[in-house]
Ligand binder design. Structure first.
Ligand code: GSH
Length: 273
């Protein structure tokens, strides 16, 4: 890779949009890219000044590609497909269908977040305390510190306004969890239907950007529910995606044990929290 196109991604292991970013990099054949892990669960490094200077929205993923900075996973998919058409992940004859599939996923992005954290906080009181400590106490303390930095105060205030709208107290509400699971089921049903008649890929006849998104979706569903929501067709597709080299190299997190979050949680418990 030329220095001009040096690629660095900043991602969090378990974050679904980070997994999309890492898969996109690997599936475009960019194995020289560097990945910097950003802890968004425990130390909340996404609120550290060095990161906020790269990504004022304080979210992962973000990708530096040469001089360009792309701070959204969906934009990263299309940016890489445009820069690396030789990978063939956004073929002209399947573009409309790929767009429909990807937009369906991103339209349910909020539901996927609630599905993830709602189920995690419902598992145990201590896991709930761990999650709330990072996402509220540590977050607020770090934003408070950022708001005293003249260079970053504006970004800190904007983020604080967004955070005020979050209500974690509802996360383990059974009705809410049932509603988001219904939305996830719609995504799974769509993928299942696309795989009918022996079709191997999420859209069309070859691996595309849609499969990157589908892999991240199935990994998240598996992370929370193991394979209980997989039909035989989804299970076969999932096996095929797991067999791809990108599954390992992109660190797809499909079980709790594989995650950095699990290790952070152990530290949290050991610290007697
Ligand atoms: N639309 C953005 C969403 C980015 C986003 O919400 N990232 C989450 C992780 S999946 C995050 O960084 N959350 C940390 C926070 O807001 O504290 C994308 O797809 O990249």
């Amino acid at each position: 890779m030329s220095t001009a196109n040096r690629i660095t991604t900043y991602t969090a292991d378990v974050s679904i949009c980070s997994q999309i970013c890492r898969l996109a990099v690997q599936e475009h054949g960019l194995s020289d890219a560097e990945d910097v892990s950003v802890d968004i669960e425990y130390a909340m490094e996404n609120y550290d000044p060095w990161f906020v200077r790269i990504q004022p929205s304080m979210t992962v993923p973000v990708m530096r590609y040469g001089d360009a900075t792309i701070g959204d996973s969906k934009d990263i998919l299309f940016f890489l497909a445009d820069k690396h058409p030789e990978a063939g992940l956004y073929p002209a004859d399947a573009r409309a269908a790929i767009d429909v599939f990807i937009n369906g996923f991103y339209d349910s992005f909020m539901a996927i977040g609630v599905f993830t954290f709602g189920n995690l906080v419902s598992k145990s009181d201590s896991l709930k305390r761990f999650i709330l400590q990072g996402k509220t106490d540590v977050t607020l303390a770090k934003l408070e510190a950022l708001s005293r930095d003249p260079e970053l105060a504006e970004a800190a205030h904007a983020k604080l306004e967004q955070i005020k709208l979050r209500d974690f107290s509802l996360l383990d509400n059974p009705q809410l969890l049932a509603n988001v699971e219904t939305q996830i089921q719609v995504l799974l049903d769509t993928l299942d239907a696309n795989l009918a008649d022996g079709r191997e890929f999420a859209v069309g006849s070859s691996y595309t950007l849609a499969d990157i998104v589908a892999t991240a979706l199935l990994a998240r569903v598996h992370f929370i529910k193991a394979d209980s929501l997989f039909t035989p067709r989804l299970a076969a597709y999932w096996q095929g995606m797991q067999a791809r080299p990108s599954f390992l190299s992109a660190n797809v997190c499909d079980t709790w044990e594989k995650t950095l979050m699990a290790k952070q949680y152990e530290t949290f418990l050991a610290d007697g929290a």
